[in-house]
Design a protein around this ligand. Sequence first.
Ligand code: SF4
Length: 360
Amino acid sequence: MYLKNLCKSLISEWILRNPSRAILKLIREIKGILGLQEFLDTRERAMPTYRIGGIAVEFPYNAYDCQLVYMERVISALQQGSNALLESPTGTGKTLCLLCATLAWRESLAPSPSLQSGSQQPTQLSARAGSSRTDFNKPDSDPTDESLQRLPTIVYASRTHSQLQQVIRELKATIYRPKMVVLGSREQMCIHSDVQSMRGRVQNHACRSLTKGRNCHHYNRVADYVKGHPELGKEPIDIEDLVNIGRSEGPCPYFLSRELHNTADILFVPYNYLIEKENRRSLTGISWSRTVLIFDEAHNLEGICADAASFDLPAAHLTACIGEAKQCVDLASARKATDNGADTSLDPDNFAVLKGLMVG
Ligand code: SF4
């Protein structure tokens, strides 16, 4: 009886909260032996599978109707390779729906062992050239390109890291275990004793000059660590976990996440990784034409794009510009008077409008 109760609490508290397919399969095999049939059947009923758009979506709880509709829309957009703008009230489990629907769809694209041995289903995935839509289901024209043979990558973007932490917690509650990584800045991840307290460009510059000469011992340990830990990222990990690995075992967490992004199935990134060109270019491991982009809380996106494209114009520069625009108005008016308006490219009215905009 004691053993049975111990098994029940282990299964409830740990395994079903951190489910992996292999462990769940094992439990299902042995439940009869342990006499836990009824107990497990009850728990498993709490993790139902829904068939949505022809795809089996495993959901950690009994889904509400609105969640089923939401997942149906997500899957429909993915199957059509189209954009979707989805809205649902706060507290309706959007994040969980997004994760489960997208990961279930992605898994459905994987060739099953029987299909690999010669059935009619495609084993390659690709973006259709010349099409505004991405067809992940069509055979690829160049099967030699290894990156195109991978399943689509999912990039999940959110505004802040605390929001991403919440998303990663939701991922832990699902049965899905894609290889994942969360990207952050050096400010969040550097563990070098002299560089970690620096900020912004100064820190980036210090890191670059150290790594260029291989003078950061944390950086130098990344390649070996990744090679020796191929399982890294198969269980959900957060920035704090990467920093803890760096502190206890040595590799630089920042470059560890950079290395992992090359092979990750799902990346969690703050918006600025996608919006700022430099950051986006640094994600060299991603085939963008075959990537599913998810913008969580996308109502923030407009303001963030505006911020990214904005800069400060000091009052002194503005005053100088107004002065130069006035000079242009005067010069263009003088030219117009001497050549009777033959040169239409120097219309004083245009310069007056420009000046008005800066004044106004
Ligand atoms: S390589 Fe990593 S630990 Fe070293 S300075 Fe750069 S960010 Fe910091």
